[in-house]
Design a protein around this ligand. Sequence first.
Ligand SMILES: [Cu+2]
Length: 126
Amino acid sequence: MRSIVVPLALTFLALGCDKKPAPETTAPAAAASPIGEVKGRPIAITAGADGFKPNEVKITKGEEATLVFTRTTNDTCADKVVFPDLKIEKELPLNKPVAIVVPSGEAKTLAFQCGMGMYKSKVVVQ
Ligand SMILES: [Cu+2]
């Protein structure tokens, strides 16, 4: 009996694999669930051909907010985002959102940039 059941199960598994949806790259970037935890208000930031957009983000002091970075191009060096003040450095896989919670306990300006510091942007906590 077992010798029949096992091949059948394997056949079903194989068929299941064939029915996988199209690769994730064809789906809208916003639909993908981010790497990392989103707390409070999500703020989408694109790392595209012109660097980070928007270039400046404002959040209210004490507000819980999370920057959600999505790199949309392979044509720039912005394959990671660095927050020098926070000592945070995160890889940005293509079209895969990456969440970074912003500490908003005190009013300050937090710079962020690509790995080489060519593209610079900031979060203003006020
Ligand atoms: Cu760069």
